[in-house]
Design a binder for this molecule. Structure first.
Ligand SMILES: Cc1cc2nc3c(=O)[nH]c(=O)nc-3n(C[C@H](O)[C@H](O)[C@H](O)COP(=O)(O)OP(=O)(O)OC[C@H]3O[C@@H](n4cnc5c(N)ncnc54)[C@H](O)[C@@H]3O)c2cc1C
Length: 393
């Protein structure tokens, strides 16, 4: 990676600030790969970052962001991960904010951007539905125009953080007469509107609520809450989905997990020898490390090479989540029985050896992270894109 006195100084400043201002309780949750982070903790962290002007790292100065270069954002992401800090709140800062800057009216910019910047408003993303995930354009949740409102009926599925969100941006069917990409409208809703019912879905890792199904019964949304034109939300939807340039490969997070895994392999013993001294473990660890390093270089080349990446970004999502899951799988394998001990249960902590405080979260994390190969475009869909748009098959 490029290293100049300027960027080194920037990195050192970011590192120092993050490490001194990250709440300890939050670091502990991220260290154990938890995703169900309480809202107040997320808000507190966002505000500490925003006190430095870093709460919305990708935003331009005119909207209260730091106006960083791509390289500065990249370094920031890396430092956030290496410090075991969570990424800034993605739905507002990373997705809706830039979309409103691009497509919103001046009034919408004034209404929406400050709430994201100051962590007043938590947003969730209402795209997927039962029967409309990979094939998103076939969505059916209806919004029917009635005077100055749209009346919404139907449901949204797998909505992350809907149970703690204040507002939702989503896609709704306003016309079904033409091509399925036509007739979709991008609307903004308040989650406390009458007729919205959020039902948590339990994930099989057994952790706290994370995803939900959201039901709408005659929910009336003012027409002013529409972004862009009626029936033409598909272009906005695609713009928003393309915003996640940084971090899709999760290289930095995987580096941190691999670091923990190596520490663990030094501490835990098999046949009276540390795991790290066993050739089978060393081999698998080296494989993970080599794959991760190759991914890091590929990501860097795609982000900063002379040709900006287009569909090639699918390679990063595909490979990044595969590597992430491979590392967790190895972690789970070598942790053995200890991976099943829930560190948050005082009864079970007693059975954890003092030298292995980090073992208990592994089974849960391994099960939970299977999702990364599904959301934001499943691995099969990424392979389809690579086959068609990159390899031209
Ligand atoms: C933890 C989690 C959080 C999520 N959070 C959100 C959120 O906040 N907001 C939101 O809107 N959505 C969210 N999603 C939904 C996510 O985007 C969808 O799950 C994803 O797009 C897949 O859609 P689906 O679940 O309907 O599966 P389907 O599309 O039905 O796919 C089922 C299987 O078939 C495969 N498949 C489908 N089509 C093809 C094809 N053409 N070729 C080859 N294989 C194919 C898929 O890869 C998959 O293995 C979340 C999902 C998860 C798991």
């Amino acid at each position: 990676m490029e290293s100049t006195p300027c960027i080194d100084e920037f990195r050192a400043g970011v590192r120092a600030y993050i490490r001194t201002h990250l709440p300890v309780a939050l670091r502990k949750l991220v260290e154990s790969e938890r995703m169900d982070i309480p809202k107040e903790l997320q808000r507190q962290w966002h505000r500490r970052l925003q006190a430095k002007g870093w709460g919305c790292p990708g935003w331009p100065v005119e909207h209260g962001g730091p106006g960083w270069s791509d390289l500065q954002q990249y370094v920031f992401e890396r430092e956030i991960a290496l410090a075991d800090a969570p990424r800034p709140m993605v739905y507002g800062t990373g997705m809706l904010g830039p979309t409103i800057m691009e497509f919103g009216t001046e009034e919408q910019k004034r209404d929406i951007l400050p709430g994201i910047r100051n962590a007043e408003d938590f947003w969730c993303q209402g795209y997927s539905e039962p029967g409309a995930g990979s094939d998103l354009a076939s969505l059916r949740c209806r919004a029917v125009r009635d005077g100055g409102s749209y009346v919404i009926n139907g449901s949204k599925m797998w909505t992350s953080e809907a149970h703690i969100a204040d507002r939702m941006f989503g896609l709704f069917r306003t016309d079904s007469s033409g091509k399925k990409q036509y007739g979709i409208t991008f609307l903004l809703l308040d989650m406390d509107m009458e007729g919205i019912d959020v039902q948590p879905i339990r994930t099989y890792d057994g952790a706290g609520p994370e995803i939900n199904q959201v039901f709408f019964k005659d929910v009336r949304v003012p027409v002013q809450n529409r972004v862009g034109k009626e029936n033409q939300g598909w272009g906005i939807a695609k713009y928003l989905l393309g915003l996640e340039r940084f971090g899709t490969a999760e290289v930095s997070r995987s580096m941190r997990t691999l670091e923990r895994l190596k520490q663990f392999a030094h501490t835990m013993e098999r046949n009276n020898r540390p795991l790290i001294d066993h050739s089978d473990i060393r081999y698998r660890l080296s494989q993970c490390e080599i794959e991760l390093r190759a991914l890091e270089l590929t990501e860097y080349r795609m982000l900063f090479g002379s040709e900006p990446a287009g569909a090639e970004a699918s390679l990063l999502k595909l490979r990044g989540t595969q590597v992430q899951n491979r590392i967790l799988e190895l972690f789970h394998d070598i942790t053995g029985e200890y991976a099943l001990i829930d560190g948050s249960d005082p009864g079970s902590v007693a059975h954890l050896p003092d030298s292995l405080p980090q073992a208990g979260f592994i089974a849960r994390a391994h099960f939970n992270f299977r999702k990364t190969e599904i959301y934001a475009g499943s691995s099969e869909i990424q392979k389809n894109i690579i086959a068609k748009a990159v390899l031209g098959l």
